[in-house]
Design a protein around this ligand. Structure first.
Ligand code: NAP
Length: 325
């Protein structure tokens, strides 16, 4: 496994997204033992960057990682997120990045994760009700107290990134980025590079779609959030299948799997990029982590970069309003 720096935080350039072990996807929360084996296998394979959030569950994903990392905490760069649970207010799925809410959130996350510090603490979504300077200042205080090592943002736009960074250095921005979601390339990535901030692409496998294993929405459990996602519904789903088939065809010529193609393409975009593919299965973490060794030819990369855009928005309308693009 190769390692890169997100500003001054060294991480494996392929991380592990833990969300789906507890939340959101088909089979989430059904096999804790396999999820924990997956975390341990990832670590054996050199993965250090492990990603969760207090909203995943809520809380159960952090609790799961707390159990998985018992006795191994110091071998990982543990990332979690605040700001989608308003503790003194309306509860889960409500934006709140006020300093008071961050103070409450961090104590809960530390306890659930079984640690005295969070390596990378992201604001999960920009909160229009709190000036980003106040949020950055509050995280800066946690850094000074040793409870947090580095500050991150998620789905923040260029202006917010600059304003936050002016108050406390931002180490990483975590935003959706993959072969079928390229929105960060135009305005966000240049600012990150100017300011020496790393990019952590989430949903790098297109929420599983780019792996070619999803052929019908009938494969999803009733509570799988992809059932409402515009890219996975109706005509968009059918059109996007063609995109997945193209990735599959390139994978066949390269002699690797579609998931590895999706990750290798992201890695080729720069050594300041560390995707966090999500899985709750040992075999898939082995497959995904092996993408670190995949070198695509210039021709393969060009073909992938030129793939047609996906059909449909990345999120539902309500979720879309929380993204700064
Ligand atoms: N900041 C944010 O707002 C935000 C939003 C979404 C996600 N995230 C983070 O990013 C991480 C990754 O994103 P994601 O989980 O949404 O999407 P993803 O990594 O693009 O895809 C995950 C899905 O693909 C499947 N999968 C994984 N490896 C596979 C393989 N080799 N072959 C076939 N299928 C495979 C997984 O199923 P199995 O688990 O069954 O293998 C899961 O359903 C999350 O875990 C979370 O930590 C952050």
């Amino acid at each position: 496994m190769k390692y890169i720096k997100l500003r001054d935080l060294e991480v494996s350039r392929i991380g592990l997204g833990a969300m789906g072990m507890s939340h959101g996807y088909t089979g989430s929360g059904t096999d804790e033992a396999e999820s924990i084996r997956t975390v341990h296998r990832a670590m054996e394979l050199g993965v250090t960057l492990i990603d969760t959030a207090e909203i995943y569950g809520p809380y159960t994903n952090e609790e799961l990682l707390g159990r998985a990392l018992k006795g191994r905490r110091d071998r990982v760069v543990l990332a979690t997120k605040f700001g989608l649970v308003s503790h003194a207010g309306a509860g889960a799925w409500n934006l709140d990045s006020s300093p008071a809410n961050i103070r409450t959130a961090v104590e809960g996350s530390l306890k659930r994760l079984g640690t005295d510090h969070i390596d990378l603490y992201y604001q999960h979504r920009v909160d229009p009700g709190t000036p980003i300077e106040e949020t950055a200042g509050a995280v800066g205080e946690l850094v000074a107290e040793g409870k947090v090592r580095a500050f991150g943002l998620s789905e923040a736009g260029p202006d917010t990134i600059r304003r936050a960074h002016a108050v406390h250095p931002v180490s990483a921005v975590q935003s959706e980025y993959s072969l079928w979601t390229r929105g960060v390339e135009d305005r966000v990535l240049p600012v990150l590079r100017e300011l020496n901030i790393g990019l952590v692409p989430f949903s790098p496998l297109g929420r599983g779609f780019l792996t070619g294993t999803i052929r019908s929405a009938d494969q999803f459990d009733k509570d799988d959030f992809r059932r409402d996602n515009p890219r996975f519904t109706g005509e968009n789903f059918e059109r996007n299948l063609r995109l997945a088939d193209e990735v599959k065809a390139i994978a066949a010529t390269a002699g690797v799997t579609p998931a590895q193609i999706a990750l290798a393409w992201l890695l080729a975009q720069g050594d300041d990029i560390a995707p966090i593919p999500g899985t709750k299965r040992v075999t898939r973490v082995e497959e995904n982590t092996a993408a670190d060794a995949v070198e695509l030819t210039a021709e393969q990369l060009d073909t992938l970069t030129a793939l047609p855009p996906a059909a449909g928005d990345t999120h539902t309308e309500a979720q879309q309003r929380m993204l700064e693009r």
